[in-house]
Write a protein that binds this ligand. Structure first.
Ligand code: AMP
Length: 308
């Protein structure tokens, strides 16, 4: 069983979609990644920071899923990272209404001793300097370092971001961000520019239009499962990343073929995340439901044309 180390935000989110609005609920990149990855046989830990306003019951949620939380720093008198966003009618785009870094602004991540040899490291979306500090604390080069980021860090910490991208094996990024990062409109061109920046693999997430995996001139496509009802896409990208790394940590195989399977597992998990607000659907998700949907994924993409 492989060890998976996750760094990212553990947060409060306030979300507005065409179907409703929430007050502060549990959110954060590491939260979605951890909950998704916990569906696989891995031993995982989260490195993050929260304020003392963060409810203990949320932390219990991680512990109940065997996620090590000794790397989550609780800052006395501090306020937890807060993000709020509003989705447009098509649910594929959103506006960030506010990002309050709070305790994240002065965060020094400490990787728990027993996770410094983790085989898979997931650098969830947060300040690139924090992502780099986590890499620096590893005692041996992990089998796979996966990094996620977003436009916020491109706008605020460009140079630091480029430095971290150089050090990772896989970059997961959404389509608009891939365009912003490379100044290329074509996603194929954008991916090949990103591959020149350091990573061996690039995953470009396209929301309800699926995800593309690029590697040395090869492209693999995973659809998003067409769903009757999409309620709240928040965290779908992180949930995708959680399914992706969870599967890779369980299987310990980082070949292109296995990364293709990992992309499908990521898309499978993300398809559940969007069905309810925040983490609600992931919290109640059963392995049988995941397995059932994997069949649907296969049916959706299989065809039987005789090739000449
Ligand atoms: P996603 O919908 O997958 O892009 O992820 C949404 C999650 O990312 C929310 O739960 C937020 O708390 C978190 N988030 C939003 N902005 C940032 C940011 N600048 N840095 C880190 N995490 C963020």
């Amino acid at each position: 069983m492989g060890k998976l180390l996750i760094v990212g935000t553990v947060a409060f989110d306030a979300i507005e979609t065409p179907f409703g609005k929430t007050d502060k609920i549990l959110g954060g990149a590491a939260t979605f990644i951890g909950l998704a990855a916990s569906q696989f046989k891995t031993s995982s830990a989260i490195v993050s920071v929260v304020g003392d306003d963060f409810p203990g019951e949320y932390l219990d949620l991680f512990t109940k899923r065997n996620i090590d939380i000794s790397g989550i720093d609780i800052v006395e008198g501090g306020k937890t990272f807060f993000w709020s966003g509003k989705y447009h009618n098509d649910l594929n785009s959103r506006d960030t209404l506010s990002t309050e870094l709070n305790v994240l602004a002065n965060f020094n991540p400490i990787v728990p001793e027993n996770f410094r040899d983790a085989s898979v490291v997931m650098l969830g979306n947060l300040h690139p300097n924090i992502q780099k500090e986590v890499i620096d604390q590893m005692v041996k080069r992990p089998k796979l370092i996966v990094m996620d980021t977003m436009n916020y860090w491109m706008n605020h910490s460009w140079d630091e971001l480029v430095e971290v991208i150089k050090k990772v094996d896989v970059l997961t990024i959404n389509d608009e961000e891939a365009r912003q990062l490379t100044n290329e409109y074509s996603l194929v061109r954008a991916a090949s520019e990103i591959l020149k920046m350091g990573p061996r693999y690039v995953v470009i997430k396209k929301g309800e239009h699926g995800a593309l995996l690029f590697h040395e001139g090869h492209i693999f496509f995973a659809p998003a499962l067409p769903l009757e009802e999409v309620f709240d896409p928040t965290g779908a990208g992180d949930t995708f990343a959680g399914g992706f790394v969870g599967y890779l940590a369980e299987t310990q195989n980082v070949s292109f073929n296995n990364l293709r399977n990992a992309v499908i597992h990521g898309a499978n998990l993300a398809s559940f995340c969007v069905e309810k607000f925040g983490t609600e659907r992931l919290e109640e998700l059963k392995k049988q439901e995941l397995n059932r949907r994997l069949h649907q994924f296969r049916e959706l993409t299989q065809f039987d044309i005789e090739l000449q």
